[in-house]
Structures are given as structure tokens and as C-alpha cells.
Design a protein around this ligand. Structure first.
Ligand SMILES: [Zn+2]
Length: 324
């Protein structure tokens, strides 16, 4: 056994498994990645991508290998973390998959797992924009909208580890159908694909928007296209971003009244367009969150960008083994 406490943090992206050997300062000492083929079944992905990636990170430097105490994994879905089962992952199309037991069996190191955005919240708590406070909410806006709630310095998991699923709070009772089966979820109105959908719908009644020049076909309009059009001052794109801020603001106001955070830490690809939705988001919060002083809740970008998934999963492992 060596003298340092190190862990492996594992991030399951849609195309790659990333595994990093990470120290208590959140520094990534070794990083490995392998492809994930989502057409394969879960057991094959675990055996052929996840376990070998972790193993190659551990084996990379024999001087560090003896110091590795635990493995943390961020899961893109919901779960029973104690039994290591992922109940459902929409992106991975996983149902009732045993994730941690085969990894622990193969590598003989304790393995812990948690939803990837809950892991990201732990990463921000220990190494990022949540370092200095005890009450904050992490929101990741990308293909979906995930969340993680830290209250009183602790990540809240709830009865069946679903606390933080703020993307599935309703922000429009007459809104669009969500992947979860509900209508008008924050995710169904303000995630990347749904920002794109609202942009495409608005274009149909607008012949003058720059968006028509930016794509060959209306179906190619993405949140990123709308970001670029907003940069050029396109009115329709700016309105789509403003509405995004309103939908998020409705959801955030509800969260404010539930857990009274000091700060929202906003990450994910859509956070790159924050300049265009922040004013409406702030205004909507002030309009609806009437039980807290106006402007009292901070809205900031996530600090951990590259490697955020691995570092968050490492933070989970450090907490589990009692280093933090
Ligand atoms: Zn939903």
C-alpha cells in the first residue's frame, strides 16, 4: 500500500468510457478512454469497455496503483446505488443492469455509483463552484436536464434516490411530451433538443429569420444554430433563448421554494449560451420566487468543465471511503 489516497473516477459518455486516476485535490493524474458501442448489451459494454478502461488507468503507473482506494462511477440514469443496479438509462437503453458488482468482482476494489449529475454536484462541492457554500443546486442542461441538490452541505438523494430530478418538474401544464411520459417537464421545454424544436416551430411562421440561411433544412436547426443566430442579433433566435430563460426560471423558482439554495451552478452544453437566457431567467425567478429577497440567488456557470464527469465520480468515491 502506498501513502496517498487516490481513486478512479469513471464517466460514461454516449460514445466513450473515460476513467481517471484522481487525487484529493481533484487533479487528474492519469486519463484513459475507450469507445462505447451503445448497440451492444449492457453486460458486454461493462466487460469490453468499462472494466478495461478502469484497468488500464490503474495499470498505467505501478507506483500509483497501490494507492487506489476506490472507484466511483457516474451513471446516466436512475438507480439503487447500494445494490449497484441501474434501473433505467434512457440514453444507454439500460433496464435493471447490475453495474458495480461485476466491476468490483473483476478489479477487487470497492466500487460506488450515483447518477452522473448528482456526481457532478459532488464535484462542484469539493472542487468547483460549490466549494464555499452549503446550499446549492447543480443543473446540467444538455440533451436532457439533470440536477443535484446539496442542502446543509450534503447531497440529497431522497427516498428512492430520485431527488434532484429537477428536469422532470413541470414548467408548462400544456407543454410538450417528455421522454419520461409527462407533459411540460423543464427538460421537455428547455433541454438542447427542445430549444431546437421550439426554434424550428417558430421558423415556420417567420420568413425573415437568419436561421433560413444557416441550414439547408429546417430539421438541421439545433440549439447551437440558435446560439450562433442569437450572436448575430437574430430576433427569432433571441426570443427562443428568452423563452428558454422563462421556462428555466419557472422551474428554478419552484426549487428555490423547496430547498432555498444560495446558488444555482449551471453546466452542460447549453450553459454556453447563458448570456442569451440569463436575463429572462433572472427576471422570471424574481417574478415568481417571492418568499426570498430579489436577486438573492446566484446564477453561475459550473467550474469543472473538461473531466467534470470523472472528477465528480471521484468526489463520490472519496466521500464513500471517508476521505472527505
Ligand atoms: Zn420528464
Amino acid at each position: 500500500m502506498g501513502e496517498r489516497d487516490l481513486v478512479v473516477g469513471v464517466d460514461l459518455g454516449g460514445t466513450h468510457t473515460y476513467a481517471g486516476v484522481i487525487d484529493v485535490r481533484g487533479e487528474v493524474l492519469i486519463k484513459k478512454e475507450t469507445d462505447i458501442d451503445l448497440s451492444e448489451d449492457a453486460d458486454t459494454i461493462i466487460r469490453n469497455s468499462i472494466i478495461p478502461t478502469i484497468k488500464s488507468a490503474i495499470d498505467d503507473n505501478p507506483f500509483l496503483a497501490g494507492d487506489i482506494r476506490a472507484i466511483g462511477i457516474g451513471i446516466p440514469g436512475n438507480h439503487d446505488s447500494k445494490r449497484g443496479i441501474c434501473f433505467f438509462s434512457p440514453n444507454f437503453k439500460w433496464r435493471d443492469v447490475y453495474v458495480t458488482p461485476p466491476i468490483q468482482k473483476a478489479l477487487k476494489i470497492p466500487v460506488y455509483m450515483l447518477n452522473d449529475v448528482r456526481c457532478a454536484a459532488l464535484g462542484e462541492k469539493h472542487f468547483g463552484a460549490g466549494r464555499d457554500i452549503n446550499n446549492f443546486v447543480c443543473v446540467a442542461i444538455g440533451t436532457g436536464i439533470g440536477g443535484g441538490v446539496v442542502a446543509g452541505g450534503k447531497l440529497i438523494l431522497g427516498d428512492c434516490e430520485a431527488a434532484g430530478e429537477i428536469g422532470h418538474t413541470t414548467v408548462d401544464p400544456n407543454g410538450h411530451l417528455c421522454g419520461c411520459g409527462n407533459y411540460g417537464c423543464m427538460e421537455a421545454m428547455a433541454s438542447g433538443p427542445n430549444i431546437a424544436r421550439r426554434g424550428q416551430e417558430a421558423m415556420k411562421n417567420n420568413k425573415t429569420t437568419k436561421l433560413w440561411e444557416m441550414v439547408d433544412d429546417i430539421s438541421e436547426v439545433s440549439a447551437y444554430t440558435l446560439f450562433k443566430a442569437a450572436k448575430e442579433g437574430d430576433k427569432l433566435a433571441l426570443k427562443v433563448w428568452e423563452d428558454t430563460g422563462i421556462y428555466l426560471g419557472i422551474g428554478f423558482a419552484n426549487i428555490i421554494h423547496t430547498v432555498n439554495p444560495e446558488r444555482f451552478i449551471i453546466g452542460g452544453r447549453v450553459a454556453g449560451a447563458m448570456e442569451f437566457f440569463l436575463p429572462a431567467l433572472r427576471a422570471e425567478i424574481n417574478k415568481r420566487a417571492r418568499m426570498v429577497p430579489p436577486d438573492s440567488v446566484e446564477l453561475v456557470n459550473a467550474e469543472l468543465e473538461e473531466n467534470a464527469g470523472m472528477i465528480g465520480a471521484a468526489a463520490l468515491a472519496f466521500e464513500k471511503i471517508g476521505v472527505f
